[in-house]
Design a protein around this ligand. Sequence first.
Ligand code: FRU
Length: 488
Amino acid sequence: KEWTMEEKYLPYDQWSEEYVNQLRASVQASKWRQTFHVQPETGLLNDPNGFSYHDGKWHLFYQAFPYGPVHGLKSWYKVESKDLIHWESQGSAILPDTVYDSHGAYSGSALPVGDDLRIFYTGNVRDEEWNRSSYQLGAVMKKDKILKLEKPLIDHIPEGYTGHFRDPQVFEHENSYYLVIGAQTNQEQGKILVYQSDDLKCWSLLGPLSFTNESMGYMIECPHLVGLSKTPILIFCPQGLDKTILDYDNLNPNAYIIGDFVDFQSLTFEGTTELRNLDDGFDVYASQAIDAPDGRTLCVSWLGLPENEYPVYQDGWTNCLSLVKELKVKGNQLYQYPVEEMNKTKRLLEEKAEKINSMVTLHQPDENAYELEILLPENQQGTLYLLANKEQTRYLKVDFDSERGLVEVDRTNVGIGKMNETKSTRQSKLLPNKELKMNIFVDTSSVEIFFNDGLKVLSSLAFPEKEDTFIFLEMKESHVSTRLFKIE
Ligand code: FRU
């Protein structure tokens, strides 16, 4: 189905009950519904928003277009959790229903303050000629009820910048509040602007954050600055970034930089590393990171990309959120790994330590919902096939070489719905001549691979047939240990 602009921007109350019921039935019948990931009830999900801990529970919102698997009129949808693993749906949370957010309640963040959860987000607006502008808006959640503030917190685009001005992240640092936001200069340069406030109401512009000498493309989306009291991490999405600055295979990268400290006087992030990809997979974008009150730095990503069209579209929904990952910096390296709460909810199904000298069936789980851990010795090459059918004509292929420290994932042969991609492989580079450990979380239509305790991550959507649950491994003369877990 081709979506017209009228359909994409139809006010929510004009969708008929009949249409919504049909859509819901189609989604419920989809063979790609996940079991332990946050996914849209209907329609499209994109960026995680407002991730926070407040009132004894975790709050998480996401960008939603509930009426179809396309980027239409966006709202915030809410889920809640006690353990960061099991999420309960709470329904729509912020609707695009005022003059300040008429064309979308866009991305933003949340901060617990006293008894309230304060929410900051972008109101996307278009005029008659479809020119874009935006307001930075506030809302307050009191006892699960969300009230929008009447007036914008930032009501104009700063001098020298265009209407591409969005995705505020608000945080507290040394007795002051700061807001970082994605922006584009009139010369079409991507920037991150910093604002300061003492009361979360009145915001003054400090200026652009200086963190690199390179050009960061034509726009920066979803900036997040975390770990300020440890090792600061800046996560963001530069659009149109030159590939000589950072090599990436997706439409736009979700990049990060770590460094020594951020000086809010001079607005510089000092001692920074080079720019790196947060994830090596096909589908990570708009990751949201927070410093949680328990001291952990946590991160959750959108699994999906702005312009990808997947086989699941036919079922009336698309995309999901990643697992919640804890971020740690060791030496000069960022590690990302699913939160430790995951250990409490998984159950060992099968454990093996064996010598392999050909193609073997490693496991055959009942369904594509598990964690597979594989430990491979150093200096070994081989291939792992996941999401495979018995005849080995359909599979997700993972080639590894621990001698060179290289892993390549190929999704050309997953399922029967073809992906039409220009490049159907992704690679992760690890240290050569080391043992290789892979923790692979498979959930019906997503695969998140954590290498060597999270030194690298490769996350992707994939659309296998239901019965394609075989796991094969092909190696020569090698000892391998594996464990298969069920996520409960
Ligand atoms: C990133 C993004 C944000 C925007 C939101 C709209 O994926 O484009 O910049 O706020 O999605 O849904």
